[in-house]
Structures are given as C-alpha cells and as structure tokens.
Design a protein around this ligand. Structure first.
Ligand SMILES: O=c1[nH]cc([C@@H]2O[C@H](COP(=O)(O)OP(=O)(O)OP(=O)(O)O)[C@@H](O)[C@H]2O)c(=O)[nH]1
Length: 630
C-alpha cells in the first residue's frame, strides 16, 4: 500500500535501486515501493581530497553508482528503467571520511575514532530519470544529501572488540549498524535515524514531492546541495497539483564520465540532465509520462507471486542459502557445481533471488542477505526451511489442483499425490522422510511464533502445562524459558515423540519439558493446570473438536485454563489473508474469528475468554474452566 501520493507517482514506473544494501531495500520495500535491485559496479574510489566537504563525496558517489546502473541496463538492451536510485552513506569525524571497514583492524580504527564523540552520518542520494530517445539514453539527475549527528558513549576496548567480533561492522559505513547491536554504542541521534541506516526516506519523499508537484519553476529555490528540501511535507498532495518535473530542470556541468570534475560540480543546481556521454539542456525534452494509467501493482504482484514462491522453494531445496552461509561472495559457477546444477540455470535462479532481496549480488558474486541467514538456512534458530520444503512438496501440488478443490468442495490429495486424505495422514506418521518433513515444517512455525504465544498472557500462575499435539516441543521449551517455575508435558502420537530429540534446543536446560505419547482423541490426558492447543483446532471437523474439547473440559479442574494458539480471523473472516488462504487447502477444519472461538470455548464450560492478537502468525486465546464454587 502506498500511503501518500508521492510514492504513488512511482507505481507505474520501472524503478531500479542501484544498491546491494539490504537495509536500503528494506526501507523502500517497507513503504510499498516496488523496484528491482541492480547493484552498482561503480567502485567507491573517488579522490576524497578533491571534495571540499564530505557530503559532496557521498552525493557524487551516489550519483556515479546510479549512472553506472542506468548505463549498463541501457547498453545491455535490457528495458531502460524509468528511474534509478543510488545512495551512498559515509561517516565523517574530524574532517575524515569513513566508509565500510576492510577488515577487523580497520573496524577497530574507525570505532576508536568515534568512541565518546559526536560524528556526522551523510547519505547522498541520486534519483535519475531515464529516457531512451533514438536509442540514446537521456538522463536527468536529481541529488541531495541528508546529515544526521550521532554520539557514541565512552566504550571500553573490550566492548569494541566484542562488537567487532560479532561481524556486524563489516558492511556498514563507519563500522557500526545503528539498527542492531551497534545501537547499544549510541548515546544520541540528532536527525533522521533511517539516514544513518542508509536511506533518508523522509527527504527522499520531499524530493519526489518537489519533482512531481511543485507548480512552476519560478517557485523553486534551488539550493546548492542544501540538505533542506524546498517542500516542508509530502502529505496532502493531490494529482491536481501535479506538474511535469522536467519543466523545472536546469542544465548543469555534471560530467558523466565517471570522474568527479573538480571545480565544476557542486556549483550546479541539484537537478541536471545527462545524455550518455554528453551533458544536454533539458528544455523540450519529453516528460516522464504523467498520463499513463496507474499500474494495478497489487494485481501484477499476485500474478507473479507463484514465480517468486517457486524461486524461493527451489533455492531452499537446493540448499543454496546453506551453502552461502558465513561465506563471502561466491560465483554462480561455484554454486552451480556445489548444487550439481547447470550454470545458466543456477545463474538465473540466483539473479531471481537477488531481485527478490534474498541474496545480494556484487561483481564478486552472490551472498546471503541478513534475512536469508536468519530464516532460510536450514539450521538457524528461526529457520523457515522446514516450512518452505513442506510448502514446495506438499502445499504446492495441492494448490495446483485448487480449481478442482473449489469445484468439488474437497481436498485434492488424490489428484496431487494419488492418495486419499487418510492414507496421506498415515504417511505423515509412518514414512520417515515425510514425517520428518512435516515435523520440521511445524517446528519452523512454532519456533517463530513461540515467544509471542508464550508472552501473550501472564501465565506465571500455572505450575504445570500440557501441550496437546505439541510435536517437537518448540513452544514447550519457550514456555519454560519464560516461566522458570513451569513444567510442561508435550503430548503427541508415539511416532512423533520418537523423533523429537533431533529438535531439542542446545544449550538450554531441558529437564522441565517431558514428552508423553498418546492420542488426544482416545487416551487419557496428562494432568495439568494449563492445557495448550497450538495449531490444532483449525485442522479438525466439528465432531472431532467436540471429542477433544469435551475431554479437556472434563479433566480441567476449576481454575485451570486452556490456551489456544491459532490465527484469529476478523469478524468478516477476510483477514489476515495468510489464514484465509490456508483454508483454501480445504482441510476438514476451519479458521475462526474471535467471536467464534469465544462461542466454541464457552460451549465446553470455559469462561473469561480473552483474545490477544499478537501481530505474529499465531494469536493467543486464554480461557478458564468455570470455578464451581462461584
Ligand atoms: O548504522 C548503519 N550505518 C550504515 C549502514 C550500512 O552501511 C552501508 C554503507 O555503504 P554504502 O553506502 O557504500 O552501501 P553498500 O552497502 O556498499 O551498497 P551499495 O550497493 O549501495 O554501494 C549501507 O549498506 C548501509 O545500509 C547500516 O546498515 N547501519
């Protein structure tokens, strides 16, 4: 969703971010901008002494990064982009420019310089509007910078080295990442926080407002690389105010050769025009079309969604993210050799992953983004690998038959797998590899949601809990960490319990969690003050739920409670879409809204039903067994 019309102006354009920085990608993605990522090959080697102020260096580098990408895309006969955005972040302290450290010693040198002092972070940004005329590339460059002042606390040598050994400083300007561990080093920030992280979003939006909305060139007071934009806000702009930004351009002396033309640059206005190899005035140039129909970006995204999902699935199956973990940039050919696949096919897949923000691509090769390291490698604490493989092997074939599922109103296991639902369910528990895949998938989601479920309510009053269908024990282990006095029994089928040791967390005291095998529909339930049903109710038809809730209600003593973890739908039952779409797989069960859970639980003698929407994949519902003495 685009919150304001300024970013909406870019919806119908092919926008390219000329940056490999995952932070920049995230900042722009978070505000709904759709763009491709084409990292720049421009080497950050401009002669610093030729710039009179540090921000000039950042602006020029940003510009050269963006120009390199615009030219490359044009030359390679790819479709010329409409807009290329480049950025460069530097730290300036004692008149010195600090970029990314080259090694740990360099990081130490930088951090020692910043220790106990205030410094400036400058991000230079270049927005290049491209236009192909007679196969000639014409470009209009707009650039600006933003300054933020940051002060470090007095830090001990030990702390600095501990921070350096965390590995975080290496790809960050000045050797720290304010958004993560580096935030602990910082005493104050004056100015735009996102500017420090790598992209001054607010200034960028104001700059777009200037470009697309200011009524006439006479109103524009161009500033000499002033970091203060000519508009105060980008709110409340309507298309009626829109104007053709090219009318307001002025020619400049910008040299596009890739070199900073000392003396000439930075005396110009901050919008300039470039034809490949030449500088040309902008008068009479065609405007970037304002009348083109707005692209239905949401629909286009949905149309393409399957390609993106499948690219993620295949890269995960081939264990590309595992291979790249803790590795420097790796060439496509080496990755292809490792996974035993064709070089051309692998390269396409790697590029697709880079365009989706899963990998970073530089001239040196491909490497994992931070989120790939966290979520896509198979052994990470919060790995989603198991669920991704389940999605590929199990859900994908089911969804391929969605049309039949809708027409016939039933699950399509027979078409997708040549088996009936019951036989397939047996497979989950009897065929080792299917069982493990299923358990890994459940474990992925449980790990990701466990903390939010465990802390949705204060459960410290309970001494014992029983997680019915608790599978690998992921939620149980989280609960005993949050509530050290709690003991949790995980109750699940014998075939599941036999395989749980693989998922046991390392380095945690596991004694408060015990595993008991049994069938919660048939066998006696272990005694507990708190029963838990996480991702169970949505899977079963009403008759089975009746059996289960009747049993729990019967064993619950007055004052004991039941905690249900499910995605709770809104009352219209259209959100969150992740749960609504899950229903399309047509299990025999269903997703429920708050009022439906309340009604259901009250029917089985539970009162005081409280619902917490966690903002995570699972919400939490807590209810208490009626106290008979009341
Ligand atoms: O607090 C933080 N400060 C800086 C960063 C990140 O640092 C880098 C700055 O490097 P640069 O501007 O040269 O950008 P690159 O990452 O090399 O990508 P390009 O392809 O655009 O050259 C930048 O990634 C900031 O995000 C940070 O994360 N936190």
């Amino acid at each position: 969703m685009v919150l304001n019309p300024v970013l909406g102006k870019l919806v119908s354009k092919r926008v390219v971010l000329a940056s490999a920085s995952p932070r920049r990608q995230e900042i722009l993605t978070n505000v709904g901008l759709r763009f491709e990522v084409v990292p720049s090959w421009f080497k950050e080697t401009l002669e610093k002494s030729s710039f009179t102020a540090p921000y000039e260096y950042a602006v020029e580098t940003a510009k050269q990064k963006a120009l390199e990408v615009a030219n490359r895309m044009h030359i390679k006969h790819m479709r010329t982009p409409d807009i290329v955005i480049g950025a460069d972040t530097i730290v300036s302290v004692d008149k010195q420019i600090l970029e990314k450290p080259v090694d740990k010693q360099d990081a130490y040198r930088m951090l020692s310089r910043l220790n106990g002092k205030e410094h400036s972070v400058f991000t230079g940004v270049a927005i290049i509007h491209c236009h192909s005329k007679d196969n000639q590339l014409e470009m209009e460059v707009t650039d600006f910078y933003e300054e933020t002042k940051v002060k470090f606390s007095e830090l001990s040598e030990e702390l600095l080295w501990e921070y350096i050994h965390s590995g975080e400083p290496m790809d960050k300007a000045g050797g720290y990442g304010i958004q993560a561990l580096g935030g602990m080093l910082v005493e104050y920030v004056h100015g735009d926080f996102l500017n420090v992280v790598g992209f001054p979003l607010n200034h960028f939006c104001k700059k777009l407002a200037e470009l697309y909305y200011l009524p006439s060139k006479h109103n524009i007071q161009h500033k000499k690389y002033d970091s203060i934009p000519s508009v105060d806000t980008f709110e409340n702009l309507s298309d009626g105010e829109s104007s053709n930004f090219t009318e307001r351009k002025v020619a400049s002396k910008l040299d596009h050769s890739g070199m900073h033309s000392s003396g000439a640059a930075y005396t110009s206005e901050n919008t300039s025009a470039v034809r490949t190899g030449f500088t040309v005035p902008l008068e009479n140039q065609n405007a970037v079309s304002q009348s083109a129909p707005k692209l239905p970006s949401k629909i286009l995204e949905l149309m393409d969604g399957f390609r993106a999902s499948k690219a993620l699935f295949v890269a995960s199956k081939l264990k590309i993210f595992d291979h790249l973990k803790d590795k420097g940039p790796t060439k496509a050919v080496d990755i292809a050799n490792y996974v035993g696949a064709s070089v051309c096919g692998t390269e396409r897949l790697l590029d697709a992953c880079a365009s989706l923000g899963l990998l970073e691509k530089t001239p040196q090769g491909y490497s994992n983004t931070d989120s790939a390291n966290t979520y896509l490698t198979s052994d990470g604490k919060y790995s989603l690998h198991g669920y991704i493989i389940h999605s590929n092997d199990h859900l994908w074939p089911l969804f391929t038959n969605l049309e039949f599922a809708v027409k016939e109103g039933s699950r399509q296991n027979h078409r997708a797998f040549g088996k009936k639902a019951d036989d397939l369910f047996k497979d989950y528990y009897h065929r080792q590899e299917v069982k493990q895949r299923f358990m890994a998938a459940m474990h992925s989601i449980a790990r990701l949601t466990a903390r939010d479920v465990a802390t949705a309510f204060d459960l410290s009053q309970f001494k014992s809990a029983c997680d019915l269908g608790g599978c690998t024990g992921a939620l149980a282990y989280e609960l005993v960490q949050v509530y050290p006095n709690l003991k949790v029994t995980v109750f699940d089928l014998p075939e599941v319990i036999a395989n749980t040791s693989y998922f046991q967390p390392s380095g945690q005291h596991t004694a408060p969690v015990t595993f008991v095998s049994g069938d919660f529909f048939k066998d006696n339930l272990p005694e507990a003050d708190l029963y838990i049903l996480s991702r169970v109710l949505h899977d079963w038809p009403d008759e089975k739920i009746h059996v289960l809730l009747s049993k729990i209600s019967a064993v619950c003593k007055p004052g004991s409670a039941l905690l249900v973890a499910e995605t709770v739908l809104d009352e219209q039952k259209t959100h969150p879409s992740v749960a609504v779409l899950q229903s399309l797989s047509m299990t025999e069960g269903k997703q429920r809204s708050s009022s439906e859970y309340k009604q259901l639980l009250e029917k089985y003698g539970f009162t005081d039903v409280q619902i917490k929407i966690t903002g995570n994949l699972l919400d939490a519902v807590l209810c208490f067994k009626k106290n008979l003495s009341l």
